[in-house]
Structures are given as structure tokens and as C-alpha cells.
Unconditional design. Structure first.
Ligand code: HAM
Length: 416
């Protein structure tokens, strides 16, 4: 065949869909329990929205965005993440003017052009949470607790939560200056990306994977030493709430998020066994983003996780896939004349919510019985000459092999 799937993408085949569905359903249930409601935004937006929100210096904007021009020459981009679209919708519907709390969750594909590897795709699926409307540290802890509850319900054990505070805009400026002073003597030896980061976003130097740049990290100044009083208190309150909610965490001042909109709390969930792509979820506070995108100054906090990495992590812990659902009943019609009666039963049962399988390509009784067994249905409904005459089909229990004549109501009662 001449057509291959695009690099960095994959098909979710039916045999894997049950696992995906289980994880998605669990996320929905947990999010709803915490009072979050689903929001769905477009898969593409004006490229400027992402450039403005993720930040010009972020990898996402510099190298990873799928940009395209439409027929009128406007530049759009496939969304690399979900927060910008949610904030755009929030401001566009004037919810910033109403004030109050907005609690959103979303599920959907995101797109980043990066070198594909285990756990890193060009189209990947995120689940996310955005809380908009309060700077209260309780909400930082709430979104984290929600994620921990979701992972616990899936049965995931080997995961650690790392938290940090990147401070407000003013603390960031002070910290950036401290970092520049520290890296200045090594500037010429830094990798080209870091030389650029030095200028535009020095904290991203801490996140570099190049070994020389990494070797400088351990003695670099810590953001936590550059927090002002309010930011220090906020971070300490977040930790108090986490403690009181029984959430275990480690403070790691090296947590630098790859997107530029974060203020104060930043966090990641790490599964060591995943290797290079070990972050299964990440997020934090973004108090400046809503006003930066033209809305009224409104604080917010959220996170997103990647389904692919989560499924890999579950697999590594031997948390098995979920079996596909088998049909409840397989309908067998012996002879052409029984077809009408068979179809009546098939149609009525499906309308009454029963999963029915049927295969008109199989004609002999033997072939149909074999197909019924192969379908793993619990029952077979057999319609032959006698059943046609009495208008009562035969129900066969494929586990016990017992069979009996039934009318429609009796059949439905048994199947339900
Ligand atoms: P992010 O850290 O860029 O944050 O992505 C969140 C998660 O998406 C990562 O932890 C990872 O599990 C998954 N992910 C990211 N890129 C890929 C990829 N190429 N392949 C597979 N999985 C990937 C955000 O996107 C922010 N919007 C999170 C947020 C929400 N912050 C506040 N609110």
C-alpha cells in the first residue's frame, strides 16, 4: 500500500479501545466528583493564541507547532495544548466579567512536532483540568488531589508528585537576573538553545538535556530563594493543604515547566520507569494568562496529563487491559423462512438494550452454532421450523447447555 500512518501517530484499534475507554470514563467520573464540567474547544485556533500564551521562547512555539494557512491566508495552528483554548473560550464568553468560579475538564488530541519516541507522539491525547477564578491555595491542592485520586482509582502506584513555586511576575524577574549572573561566565560554552534561553527565558536553562548545560544545574540559584513574602506564604499554604488532604509530594526547585504562562505553583507527576518521557502529567498556576489574552485579571490553576504515558505506566505495573464486551445473545435462524422472525427478535432486543450478534453469511445450523461459541455470547436464540410454528424461539444457555422455549417477555427478563 502507498499510504502509511503519519510518523508519531498511531491507531487505537478496537482491541485497545476498551482500555482507553476505561481510563477516560474514570477521569470523567473523578472530575465530576470534584465539581468540574466538560468543555470542548476546537482542535485548531489562530496561531497567535498559542504564540502569546505558551510563550515565544517555548519549544512548543519555536519548533513544535503545526502551523498552516487557510484559504484566506490566516495562520492557524493545531493546538499543542488545551489551556489556551479554554482561556480563549472563557474570555470570549465574557465569563471573566461575571467573576465566580469556573471548573472545566477536557479530553482530546493535541499536536506537537517533535522527534517521536516511546511516550512521545506528534498527535497525543490529553486529559486536563482548569480551575479559573481564585488565587486561594486550596484550589492548587484541589486540582492536584483530583489527579492523585484519578491515578489511585486506576490502581497506579509507582508515581511521585514533585512541586515547586516559580513565583509571581516580580519574583521571576529577580530570579532571572540571578540566573543570568550565574550562567554569564559559562555563556560561550552553553549549547545554542541555551544561549538563546539565557536571553529570553533563563529558567529554561535548568531544563536542558545537554550534559554540559545540565552539569551547571546543581549549583544554580534556586527559585525558592527568590520568592517574595506573598509567594512564599502561598507556596507554604499549598503544602499545608496537600498535607491535610493526605497527598504525598516532594518539593523540587528544579521543576521548570516548558510553557511560559506559569506563576507560583508548578508541579509534575513522574513515573521513573518510563525513562526519558517520565512526566505523565504536569501543570500549575497561571495567574497572568487571562489578562495577557485580553481578559480581566483572573487567577487560575490547572494541569494536563498524557493518556499514552499513563497507559504505558499502567502496563508496566501489570494493570491489565480491559476485556472487550461480549454479546449477550447470538441469534441463529435455520432456513430462509425463519429470517423474518429472527430479524424481529434481533431488532426488538437491540431496541431493549441487549447486545445481539447475528451473521447471515453462515447458513448451516452447525456453522451458526460454531459462530455463536466463537462470539463468546452467553446465550443462543435458536429459531427453526418448530419455533416458527409455535412462535416461541428456543433459548440455549451456552454455559450450561440447557435450553427452553421462551416468549419475548421471558427472554427479555432472562437477558436483562
Ligand atoms: P505539558 O506539560 O506540556 O502541559 O503537557 C502535559 C502532559 O501531556 C505531559 O506531562 C505529558 O504527559 C503529555 N505530553 C506532552 N507532550 C506529549 C507528547 N509529545 N507525546 C505524548 N504525551 C505528551 C500542558 O500541556 C499544560 N497545558 C498543562 C496545564 C493545564 N497547565 C495548566 N493547565
Amino acid at each position: 500500500m502507498n499510504y502509511k500512518i503519519p510518523r508519531g501517530t498511531y491507531d487505537i484499534m478496537p482491541k485497545d479501545s476498551a482500555r482507553w475507554q476505561h481510563v477516560i470514563d474514570t477521569f470523567r467520573l473523578v472530575a465530576q466528583r470534584f465539581g468540574y464540567e466538560e468543555i470542548t474547544t476546537p482542535i485548531f485556533e489562530l496561531a497567535g493564541l498559542f504564540e502569546r500564551s505558551s510563550g515565544e521562547s517555548s519549544d512548543v512555539v519555536q519548533k513544535e507547532m503545526y502551523r498552516f494557512a487557510d484559504q484566506k491566508g490566516r495562520t492557524f495552528a493545531l493546538r499543542p495544548e488545551g489551556t489556551a483554548g479554554v482561556v480563549r473560550a472563557y474570555v470570549e464568553k465574557s465569563l471573566d466579567r461575571l467573576g465566580g468560579r469556573s471548573k472545566y475538564y477536557y479530553i482530546g488530541p493535541m499536536f506537537r512536532y517533535d522527534r517521536p519516541q516511546a511516550g512521545r507522539y506528534r498527535q497525543f491525547y490529553q486529559y486536563g483540568i482548569e480551575f479559573i477564578g481564585s488565587n486561594h491555595p486550596y484550589y492548587d491542592a484541589e486540582v492536584i488531589a483530583l489527579e492523585m485520586q484519578f491515578l489511585a482509582e486506576l490502581g497506579l502506584k509507582n508515581v511521585s508528585l514533585e512541586i515547586n513555586s516559580v513565583g509571581c511576575a516580580q519574583c521571576s524577574l529577580d530570579y532571572d537576573e540571578a540566573l543570568r549572573a550565574y550562567y554569564q561566565p559559562h555563556l560561550a560554552e552553553l549549547c545554542p538553545d541555551c544561549q538563546n534561553r539565557f536571553e529570553v527565558r533563563p529558567r529554561r536553562l535548568l531544563d536542558c538535556k545537554v550534559s554540559f548545560c545540565q552539569s551547571l544545574r546543581k549549583d544554580a540559584p534556586s527559585q525558592l530563594d527568590y520568592l517574595d513574602q506573598d509567594c512564599k506564604e502561598h507556596f507554604s499554604e499549598v503544602q499545608n493543604y496537600l498535607d491535610q488532604m493526605g497527598v504525598k509530594y516532594r518539593v523540587n526547585p528544579a521543576i521548570v515547566r516548558g510553557l511560559d504562562y506559569y506563576t507560583n505553583t508548578a508541579f509534575e507527576l513522574i513515573v521513573d520507569a518510563l525513562g526519558a518521557q517520565d512526566s505523565i502529567a504536569g501543570g500549575g498556576r497561571y495567574n497572568g494568562l487571562i489578562s495577557q489574552l485580553g481578559g480581566k485579571d483572573t487567577p487560575a490553576v490547572g494541569f494536563a496529563g498524557g493518556f499514552e504515558r499513563l497507559l504505558l505506566a499502567l502496563e508496566l505495573e501489570g494493570i491489565a487491559g480491559y476485556e472487550p464486551v461480549n454479546p449477550t445473545i447470538y441469534v441463529i435462524g435455520i432456513g430462509e423462512e425463519t429470517r423474518l422472525m429472527a430479524l424481529e427478535y434481533i431488532t426488538k432486543l437491540r431496541q431493549d438494550g441487549i447486545y445481539v450478534d447475528y451473521n447471515p453469511d453462515k447458513s448451516s445450523f452447525k456453522a451458526q452454532m460454531k459462530a455463536a461459541d466463537a462470539s463468546k455470547a452467553r446465550y443462543a436464540l435458536i429459531i427453526g421450523e418448530d419455533e416458527l410454528a409455535s412462535k416461541l424461539p428456543t433459548l440455549k444457555d451456552l454455559e450450561s447447555s440447557q435450553q427452553r422455549s421462551v416468549d419475548y417477555q421471558q427472554l427479555l427478563d432472562i437477558l436483562q
